[in-house]
Design a protein around this ligand. Structure first.
Ligand code: NDP
Length: 327
């Protein structure tokens, strides 16, 4: 079985030489374990942090060992009666073709595709849900702005905001094709292609009465632009700062308007909210079924291209969830 290891800690943007492919034997499952053939592996922006010596929120990926991350696949050998051969399992040993798994979540592939549990029904979807409900507390009538809105979290956030009663949902994304997706597929009221420049002016034009909730996936100049259009007592959910994941060292952002306008800016990590996963999955599955929560996937094929998928994700090569298909 092949796996991808981290062999050097990137500074700023990772490069292919930071990774290496290795071949390993797959051991037979011990009691309570099963062997999963990974059909889909997820690449996610947070993995960039875990490549640092001090990620700040989780343990660093050890050098010389296989990377980890979400994956789904089929049980091909089992010593666990609850997870017999043929079960589809969601687990955290991605970046490899076969995984020996002790903990994993059995997923219902009659309700949705297996890979949906890596995206709209998985942690990206949950992050969107938590940010809007627990953190920013979207209320009916709110004007909501979402950045990286054509991505996995952002596309879910825009649509869930609508489900929660937002009156106007504005999104930003890079390039004309992605911006068009926001309005055509994901139901945003207005889309901003930030690569055209002049983000501040165009955001102000899209939100003439201001913004109540900003769901921030990008940080940097996006956060700065959003601060300038926030209404009094607006709420900002700080979900990510992807514009800075390739920079070293990361530049600071002036948060003065947050003080002047008595804003609530609250960071969060989805890992503190796993107790909401069942609630989210049930609501999201119903929205997916009725067609009000759509998702898109960018699929890269083969473990040989997994590193390229990850590097591309940080540069915007994806629309919707970036996935690697192994089988
Ligand atoms: P996405 O699917 O959104 O992929 C990343 C996107 O970032 C790219 O497609 C690209 O889109 C955008 N991007 C890259 N560089 C820039 C830039 N300079 N300015 C603006 N946009 C840029 O990834 P996810 O949906 O998985 O993650 C989105 C965010 O949510 C990330 O910041 C991530 O860290 C965060 N996150 C946080 C969690 C939490 O628990 N707090 C959980 C999960 C995700 P484009 O082409 O539009 O630029």
């Amino acid at each position: 079985s092949r796996e991808i290891r981290l062999v050097a800690r990137p500074r700023g943007e990772p490069c292919p030489a930071d990774f290496a492919m290795a071949e390993t034997d797959v051991s037979a499952p011990g009691p309570g374990e099963c062997v999963v053939r990974n059909d889909w592996i997820s690449v996610d922006p947070y993995m960039r942090f875990r490549m640092d010596e001090d990620p700040g929120f989780a343990s660093p990926y050890p050098l010389g060992e296989a990377l980890t991350g979400a994956a789904v696949g089929e049980v091909v050998a089992s010593a666990d009666p609850d997870r017999p051969v043929g079960t589809t399992l969601l687990h955290s040993f991605g970046w490899r073709e076969y995984a020996v798994v002790r903990e994993g979540r059995v997923v219902d592939t009659s309700a949705a595709s297996a890979q949906a549990y890596l995206g709209v029904l998985g942690l990206p979807g949950l992050a969107a849900y938590v940010g809007l409900t627990e953190i920013a507390r979207v209320r009916p009538g709110d004007v909501v702005f979402v950045s990286a809105a054509a991505g996995a979290v952002g596309s879910a956030a825009g649509q869930i905001a609508r489900r929660l009663g937002a009156a106007r949902v504005i999104g930003s994304a890079g390039g004309p094709a992605k911006s068009a997706r926001l309005t055509d597929l994901f139901g945003f009221d207005a889309a901003i292609d930030y690569r055209e420049g002049d983000l501040d002016r165009r955001l102000a034009a899209a939100a003439p009465d201001g913004v109540d909730v900003y769901f921030d996936n990008v940080g940097g100049s996006h956060l700065r632009a959003a601060l300038d259009v926030m209404r009094d007592h607006g709420r900002i959910a700080l979900c990510g700062a992807v514009s800075r994941y390739r920079e070293y060292p990361a530049p600071g952002t002036d948060l003065w308007p947050a003080i002047a306008r008595r804003l609530t800016l609250r960071g969060f990590l989805v890992l503190d909210h796993y107790h909401l996963l069942d609630e989210y999955e049930a609501r999201a599955a119903a929205w997916v079924h009725e067609g009000t929560l759509r998702s898109e996937e960018t699929v890269v094929h083969g473990i040989d291209n997994a590193v390229g998928a990850f590097l591309g994700l940080l540069r915007g090569a994806n629309t919707g969830k970036m996935l690697v298909r192994l089988t």
